[in-house]
Write a protein that binds this ligand. Structure first.
Ligand code: HDL
Ligand code: ZN
Length: 417
């Protein structure tokens, strides 16, 4: 069998990465059955919290002046500030253009009114089908928060979830919110006291089991601050050790840790006001080592944590690292992270998730990332060929499928004991 030429390899990689359907393992998306929780269209795209921060900064607009505007006026302000008065060079701005372009709209028309007319003609269900097809996303994993009254109401009423969407039980308040979360739990019917005594911990376990069942959740998730340490004598460690990790083991569900966010660093920016910090990688290693029968997903928010996290994954077979999260989701950093991960983990990681909040964002987040994943994969397969290893089209396709869906799907399916 002749060895493939460099061009052939490059073609196989491009073809495989572009044609492989994605399982998007962390998003904030919802199907139409969730009503107003499903966000899509140009005004949502423009008022994405990344662009709120960028436009208020560029225009030095007083916060209250922004927040007092209607969403349509906010979108007009953001469009004018970032796309008309300035070159839309940032990744979040580029993303809006990629979406409009992929939908066949003329971005050079600079015609916000025309864009709005286009989106006004779309029907949510058909539009969802179209976006998932165009983005080649086969499965969307949600972030589902029972502490959010609007979302809790949808679940309690009963909702028929589109089978392409799967739920995740997101439990930040349960880990970070003691003692105040005791009141929220009690109001939901789980009688809890601030003391986290035995009776309370039993109610916490009942809450987890009932919501995991109601949502048919495929993993549990939390975002943790840079200050998170494991183990320590905080309520966080107690809830982890006495409720979350035992239930995750019993159900064979992964526990996802998204580490490094500092919430409300600038509260006047509201959802756009979160920042980041360098977190403690030894806590990640310890929680994986001390709970060998648990499966952990992990992504970190600080660039300085990325190399450490790859090494931690080499030490912890029960740790699957994933994605280029939030402030990491920029081409320069995605490439750096993907290279170090491939060089130290081979195939055993999940390069990307979209974190999309607005449905249309799937188009840009995956188009931009596929391009980078393909670039790095091609370099690595060219290196293999240079070492005399015969690269085949089937192997390239298998590797692309591992990165874009299979690694995650295999990690969440019940491990054969
Ligand atoms: O906590 C999270 O899941 C983060 O992704 C936040 O939702 C953040 O606001 C975000 O949207 N990042 O992309
Ligand atoms: Zn998120």
């Amino acid at each position: 069998m002749n060895s493939a030429s460099s061009n052939e390899i490059s073609q196989w990689v491009q073809e495989a990465v572009q044609s492989t359907p994605v399982t998007d393992l962390h998003t904030h998306l919802y199907p139409p059955a969730f009503g107003g929780l499903m966000l899509w269209g140009i005004d949502e795209l423009l008022t994405y919290h990344y662009l709120i921060a960028e436009s208020i900064r560029a225009a030095r607009l007083p916060y209250e002046q922004y927040w007092s505007m209607s969403q349509s006026a906010q979108a007009d302000f953001i469009w004018r500030t970032l796309f008309v008065e300035r070159a839309p060079l940032s990744e979040a701005c580029r993303g809006v253009l990629t979406v409009l372009n992929a939908l066949g709209l003329d971005v050079n028309a600079r015609d916000l009114k025309g864009f709005r007319e286009y989106f006004a003609q779309q029907k949510s269900q058909d539009y969802l089908d179209r976006i998932m097809t165009l983005a080649n996303v086969r499965s969307i994993v949600m972030t589902n928060d029972p502490f959010d009254p609007a979302e809790r109401q949808v679940w309690l009423k009963g909702v028929d979830v589109d089978r392409r969407f799967r739920a995740v039980l997101r439990i930040d308040p349960l880990l970070l919110g003691w003692p105040n979360v005791a009141d929220s739990l009690s109001q939901m019917g789980y009688k809890c006291s601030a003391s986290l005594d035995g009776a309370t911990m039993a109610q916490v376990r009942r809450f987890l089991n009932e919501w995991l069942d109601r949502m048919k959740a495929i993993y549990m998730a939390v975002s943790l601050t840079p200050a998170w340490r494991y183990p320590d004598d905080s309520p966080t460690t107690r809830v982890l050790n006495e409720a979350i990790l035992p239930i995750a083991r019993e159900r064979n569900l992964p526990f996802a840790m998204m580490i490094g966010v500092r919430r409300a660093a600038n509260p006047q920016l509201r959802m756009a006001g979160d920042s980041l910090g360098h977190a403690d990688i030894s806590s990640v290693e310890r929680i994986c080592a001390q709970n060998p029968d648990n499966k952990f997903l992990c992504t970190m928010l600080s660039r300085e944590n990325q190399h450490e996290l790859v090494v931690a994954a080499r030490k912890s077979p029960n740790l699957m690292i994933f994605g280029c999260w939030w402030f990491m989701n920029n081409p320069s950093i995605i490439e750096e992270m993907t290279r170090m991960r491939m060089e130290m983990l081979g195939e055993s990681f999940v390069p990307q998730h979209s974190d999309a909040r607005i449905l249309d964002q799937l188009l840009y987040k995956w188009q931009h990332s596929r391009r980078i994943i393909a670039k790095v994969m091609n370099d690595k397969f060219q290196d293999l060929a240079a070492a005399g290893w015969k690269v085949t089209r089937e192997q390239v396709a298998r590797t692309a499928a591992a990165y874009l869906s299979d690694n995650f799907e295999r990690f969440v399916e019940p491990t054969k004991r």
